[in-house]
Design a protein around this ligand. Structure first.
Ligand SMILES: Nc1ncnc2c1ncn2[C@@H]1O[C@H](COP(=O)(O)OP(=O)(O)OP(=O)(O)O)[C@@H](O)[C@H]1O
Ligand SMILES: [Mg+2]
Length: 253
């Protein structure tokens, strides 16, 4: 395994521009994401949050600009080089993205199998432990279709964290959950990343979830970072768009 990142920032983005389908989505993103902390990315629908998140492990490549991950510039990397970077980063996609034809256990084991693990007993033990950590002990044999929304999120989180990545990327981890489950999942993510000193980047609309998880907040609008700071600075921001976002989504309470 690569040495753990020790630099102040796990991700550094400078003037990142990306167009998709002929439309400019990221329009000069400048961003520093601190190592060992949780950064929450806020922004309205279509602001480019998911697209930005996928740049962080090279799933989407930028047209121009510089992206460094743990001190290494990734834009010019080959796929095998990028794979090494991806081995350090777990990702929880916006829809959970469990494979419906595989059991929960096979889903959770998937990143380890991809990384070359072959011993079934070792795999089984790792899966059992990962499921235990997310509050789904003994659910290996269930099919994803049989899981509730909250259980799907837990299983996806177990899969993203099974290889103890240095960094966790989460896209809307509480979307579609009721407020109580949303709080439970947010606290679970917070506890896991704190315990393991994981660098986390969480995209969310959910201000309750943000308050539980965030050490650092970034607000994205029209493909640019409009704010970067802590929760108190966010609440105190005079930016009209941020004020609207916070009040429209129930940020007052
Ligand atoms: N593969 C793609 N090809 C073309 N356009 C895309 C692609 N992926 C995203 N887009 C466009 O990029 C813009 C930003 O999308 P993105 O999914 O990042 O938004 P978001 O901020 O995550 O929104 P939401 O909160 O609804 O998830 C949207 O206009 C979307 O249609
Ligand atoms: Mg999105």
């Amino acid at each position: 395994m690569a040495d753990k990142a020790t630099s102040e920032f796990f991700f550094e983005l400078s003037e990142v521009h990306t167009s998709l389908g002929g439309k400019a989505i990221l329009r000069g993103v400048n961003l520093e994401i601190p190592t060992g902390k949780t950064t929450v990315i806020l922004g309205g629908s279509g602001a480019g949050k998911s697209v930005l998140l996928k740049h962080l492990n090279g799933l989407i490549r930028s047209r121009s600009g510089v992206i460094s991950v743990a001190g290494e510039e990734i834009q010019s990397m080959s796929e095998p080089e990028l794979l090494k970077i991806r081995k350090r980063i777990g990702i929880l996609f916006q829809d959970g993205a469990l494979f419906d034809s595989m059991t929960v256990g096979e889903n959770v084991a998937f990143p380890l199998v991809e990384q070359g693990w072959k011993d079934q007993r070792e795999l089984d033990a790792a899966v059992a432990q990962a499921l235990e950590h997310v509050g789904l002990p003994g659910e290996e044999r269930k099919m994803p279709a049989k899981l509730s929304g909250g259980m799907r999120k837990r299983a996806s989180l177990a899969r993203a964290m099974i290889f103890h990545p240095e960094c966790l990327l989460c896209d809307e981890p509480t979307a579609g959950l009721d407020p109580i489950l949303s709080e439970t999942i947010s606290r679970l993510i917070r506890a896991l990343v704190k315990e393991r000193e994981t660098t986390a980047v969480v995209v969310t609309h959910d201000l309750g979830a943000m308050r539980i998880m965030a050490d650092h907040v970034v607000f994205l609008r029209d493909g640019k970072v409009r704010f970067s700071g802590d929760l108190d600075e966010l609440e105190a921001s005079g930016d009209e768009g941020i004020r609207q976002f916070l009040s429209a989504t129930g940020g007052g309470g």
